[in-house]
Ligand binder design. Structure first.
Ligand code: ADP
Ligand code: MG
Length: 511
């Protein structure tokens, strides 16, 4: 076992997790009927005869749902089946008037594929088993104060894509990173709105533990995790619970459990059915789903550029590290922002076409923009809080700040000060500032770095003369003493000297 794997063990046990995710597909109407799928309507106003399972009604496949499944398959490198089958999953529940859910069982539409992501700076890959189309059930409402329950069938027939992984995940942190990456993919290609509060993206985590090298342990399935925070808490609790059980001499029983955010605990809901209990069989009302290659190719041609393709482009052409590139494509909006600030560069007033074509200019410039996006911009957005955050700075304005910094006109510290001011101003005004404000502020606030070497030299001479102790210590090999000297110079220049220039001059004068 490698050192890394060993460090992942919890009390000597290896954690094994497989995910089943239900992504609600962003169609206007239901998967087998023409009723609308809009969220939050009055109960039972968005269910038609098909959704109510009235006798004599027949399901009709929604082409838009199939198209979204194809998009997903292409995005994660799966095989899109030319022929797949809808099956009936039979069970009784009041919110399922047909007595069965239409799903796919033996032959799903999307087969195989994988999802890769970074955990810290380590790259992980989780293999997908499949993704299949199915309909959602209705909802039971238990809040009636007479002790009665109601059934709302608005959600019945909502199109879902259930995405199933191999049991490749090894920790709660990895589980969350996987779920975030999957969330990013489905929202990026636009097949799902990703709204977790409204249930558009729900994860079930199958969790088991085992001694390293042993066969897979028995799993318990945590249902309906609809926040990344709860996901981590639920899995951590479940892992500890299973280990304690085993250590106490019990065997784990396969079960479906729910996470209670109030207690932070998972609780068994029912012992889990096996596939055989559902008596799956092909739905005689629906013909096999046939997908011609031309359709797949048409969908492929219309797909947006995917995060992993952009990552590769940014690494190969713009010199970003893989980690940096993964940060920049963290969301579709960030990638767009990077594209207009670093590549397309809308700040034509400040950056010439020649510069944009010169790798000696555009590579460090792109890296600089990437650092801004993964650093200050991400931080500012987190402070603003989600989920409707936006960029309170235009790409061109950020480009202007980065350019002035790259030119040495302002220090990194001044650049941050400008950024903070402009971001906050944008938020207060509810509108972004033009790039010109950057130059106005540099002049108005006197942020221009000292570029007069003569003046700087005088200050350095003074610092050397008045800090003899540090000079002696530096000469005897203490780096810290040198930093203290740089700090003195920066203080005396009120931060306006260029630290790189100060360092170079100090070194030369003390040599
Ligand atoms: P079912 O259809 O009964 O839910 P599947 O074989 O489809 O069972 O598996 C469901 C999910 O559970 C998959 O994501 C799979 O990777 C995961 N899984 C299967 N066995 C284990 C196990 N022992 N520990 C953790 N996850 C598992
Ligand atoms: Mg399953």
């Amino acid at each position: 076992m490698s050192k890394k794997q060993a460090s992942l063990l919890v009390q000597g046990y290896e954690v094994v997790i497989g995910f089943e995710t239900h992504a609600q597909l962003s169609t206007q109407s239901k998967i087998f009927s023409r009723a609308p799928v809009a969220f939050g309507a009055e109960p039972n106003t968005q269910a038609c005869a098909v959704d109510l399972a009235l006798p004599g009604t027949l399901p009709v496949m929604n082409k838009g749902a199939v198209e979204r499944a194809i998009q997903f398959g292409l995005a994660v490198g799966s095989h899109v089946a030319e022929r797949s089958i809808f099956a009936r999953k039979n069970y009784f529940y009041p919110d399922l008037p047909k007595g069965y859910q239409i799903s796919q069982f033996e032959i799903p539409v999307v087969q195989g594929g994988e999802v890769s992501f970074f955990l810290g700076d380590e790259k992980k890959t989780v293999r997908l088993v499949r993704a299949h189309l199915e309909e959602d059930a209705g909802k039971s409402l238990h809040e009636d104060f007479h002790g009665l329950s109601g059934i709302d069938l608005n959600r019945a027939g909502t199109p879902l894509l259930e995405i199933v992984t191999e049991p490749d995940i090894r920790s709660s942190a990895e589980a969350v990173a996987y779920a975030k990456e999957l969330h990013k993919i489905v929202t990026w290609i636009g097949i799902c709105d990703g709204n977790m509060q409204e249930g558009s993206f729900r994860c079930d985590a199958n969790v088991s533990v085992r001694k390293p090298g042993a066969a897979l342990g028995t799993r318990r399935e945590i249902k309906n995790l609809n926040s990344f925070k709860f996901m981590q808490q639920a899995i951590d609790f479940e892992v500890r619970w299973q280990i304690d059980r085993i250590e106490d001499g019990y065997e784990i029983e396969q079960a479906t459990v729910l996470f209670d955010p109030d207690t932070g605990e998972t609780r068994a809901m029912r012992t889990k059915e096996d596939a055989a209990d559902y008596r799956y069989f092909p739905d005689p009302d629906l013909p096999p789903l046939m997908i011609e290659r031309e359709w797949v190719e048409r969908v492929r041609a219309e797909m947006p550029e995917l995060p992993r393709d952009l990552e590769r482009l940014y690494v190969d052409e713009y010199g970003l590290t893989t980690y940096m590139a993964s940060q920049v494509v963290g969301t579709y909006a960030k990638a767009q922002f990077f594209h207009s600030a670093a590549i397309q560069n809308s700040d034509t007033e400040a950056i010439s076409a020649d510069q944009l074509n010169d790798p000696g200019f555009y590579k460090p410039f792109a890296r600089r923009i990437a650092v801004w996006i993964s650093g200050e911009i991400s931080r500012a957005m987190n402070e603003d809080g989600g989920p409707d955050w936006r960029f309170w700075i235009d790409p061109a304005t950020l480009a202007r700040i980065a350019l002035r910094e790259q030119q040495g006109v302002i220090s990194g510290k001044a650049a941050k000060e400008l950024f903070d001011y402009i971001w906050k101003k944008g938020r207060v005004d509810q509108s972004n500032s033009p790039p010109q404000l950057v130059d106005d502020l540099i002049e108005g606030r006197n942020l221009r770095q000292m570029d007069d070497a003569g003046e700087l030299k005088e200050i350095i001479v003074e610092v050397i003369a008045t800090n003899v102790d540090n000079v002696v210590q530096y000469r005897s090999g203490k780096e810290k003493a040198f930093n203290a000297l740089v700090g003195q110079v920066m203080r005396l220049t009120k931060g306006k000297a260029n630290p790189a220039q100060v360092t170079a001059m100090l070194k030369a004068m003390l040599a």
